[in-house]
Design a protein around this ligand. Structure first.
Ligand code: NAG
Ligand code: NAG
Ligand code: NAG
Ligand code: NAG
Ligand code: NAG
Length: 348
């Protein structure tokens, strides 16, 4: 009896440890952008994230050694570092990729938990043929460099804007990659992801896609079906799902529907120009709060049921050196760590 009781307790504990982190799990990350002159030092930022929030992933737009050092020894928060667009061409050569790795990441491993290397940001959208041509070779050379350094557990990817899709991508099942890029760019990139088990990263922004009639749809604030897809018979009540399913449809069309998708950026500004509609505190709060709830519900999208997408909100802080008022106001927090609005990611 005693043993059965103990076993029971033990099982109960195992179940608890399995379930609790999961049900309390936040697949929520933040983009820690630093285009500002008033941000606190990295060690304060890391301490804040670790002790005050449930954020478990942080993406940075470079490989800033001060930030990597600040994350040293921090458990439960993983990082995405970014190779600046300007380094992509040079890092396509293996010796350069190996020395970049030695200089920028290896000094911080394994104490700093790095999960992804993002090669550039929204490269296809630059329309720069040289950069685009070197994107996959650099992803390959960094992967090989990691392998040669015996580093495991760091995956290489590159975040794409939704500009990679052609036309309107409505309904979602019609999602297709831009003409001329399918065979030369996306099929080989998706093959790379499939081989290396790395995710396809996208930056869906319903904020850039809504019109006067679709604001609530963009904010996850509509229970009505707004888009019916006559091909799949699926019903869409929010634009985020529709955007992800359009990406999925494009991937599936090339044969890679099983490659994981990571949402590298999404967000909504809490302030803008006086003539901007749908921009303000209540809209940003609605979008990000509903986004977090939706992502953590684990229900996925109509075409990808029960799939969970690691999602990185843009951004951690308001960044005062961004060019426009709306771009300066994507932050969840002000530089003094006070919340701009409450999205339910604070501990307790
Ligand atoms: C990687 O591991 C192999 C086999 O364990 C070893 O021979 C090699 O020296 C290691 N390379 C590095 C860079 O540590
Ligand atoms: C979507 O809505 C239509 C019309 O109400 C309905 O016929 C269809 O079954 C719904 N699709 C799904 C997948 O629930
Ligand atoms: C993706 O990788 C799996 C093996 O992991 C393979 O069976 C499958 O054929 C690959 N898909 C494509 C489209 O190459
Ligand atoms: C909104 O105002 C800004 C200047 O504050 C101006 O540049 C922009 O063209 C205006 N947009 C519209 C749609 O009126
Ligand atoms: C979202 O919907 C709720 C309920 O319909 C409404 O009270 C709230 O004002 C809406 N929020 C926004 C930002 O539109």
């Amino acid at each position: 009896m005693m043993r059965a009781h103990v076993l029971h307790l033990l099982l109960f504990q195992i179940v608890l440890t399995l379930i609790l982190p999961f049900s309390a799990a936040y697949h929520i990350g933040v983009n820690y952008g630093t285009v500002a002159n008033n941000l606190p030092p990295p060690h304060q930022v890391v301490n804040f994230i670790k002790t005050k929030t449930n954020i478990n992933h942080v993406k940075i737009f470079d490989a800033n050694p001060d930030i990597l050092a600040a994350f040293s020894g921090i458990t439960g928060i993983s990082l995405t570092v970014t190779i600046p667009n300007s380094d992509i061409v040079s890092l396509s050569k293996l010796p350069n990729a190996r020395s970049w790795l030695s200089n920028h990441l290896l000094p911080f491993l394994p104490a700093t938990s790095i999960r992804y290397i993002a090669v550039g940001n929204e490269i296809i959208a630059t329309s720069d043929k040289t950069l685009i041509a070197h994107l996959l070779p650099t992803m390959e050379s960094l992967t090989l460099a990691l392998h040669l350094a015996n580093v495991t557990g760091i995956l290489v990817s590159t975040p794409h804007s939704l500009g990679i899709l052609s036309g309107s991508s409505e309904p979602p099942s019609s999602g297709t990659f831009r003409r001329g890029y399918v065979k030369t760019i996306f099929a080989p990139i998706l093959d790379f992801h499939n081989r290396t088990k790395s995710p396809f990263m996208v930056n869906p922004y319903p904020y850039f896609g809504f019109g006067p009639e679709t604001l609530n749809y963009a904010l996850f604030n509509s229970s009505d079906v707004v888009v019916f897809d006559p091909v799949t018979k699926m019903n869409y009540t929010n634009m985020f799902d529709a955007q992800l399913d359009a990406v999925y449809s494009a991937m599936k069309r090339v044969g890679y529907g099983d490659v994981d998708i990571v949402v590298a950026e999404t967000g909504w500004p809490s302030a803008g120009e006086p003539n901007q509609t749908g921009v303000g505190l209540e809209y940003a709060e609605a979008y990000n709060r509903n986004l977090i709830k939706h992502v953590n519900s684990g229900k996925g999208t109509p075409l990808m049921p029960n799939r969970v997408f690691e999602t990185c909100i843009f951004a951690l802080f308001n960044e005062n050196l961004k060019p426009s008022v709306s771009e300066q106001n994507f932050g969840l927090f002000k530089p003094d760590f006070t919340s701009v609005y409450d999205v339910g990611i604070m501990k307790n």
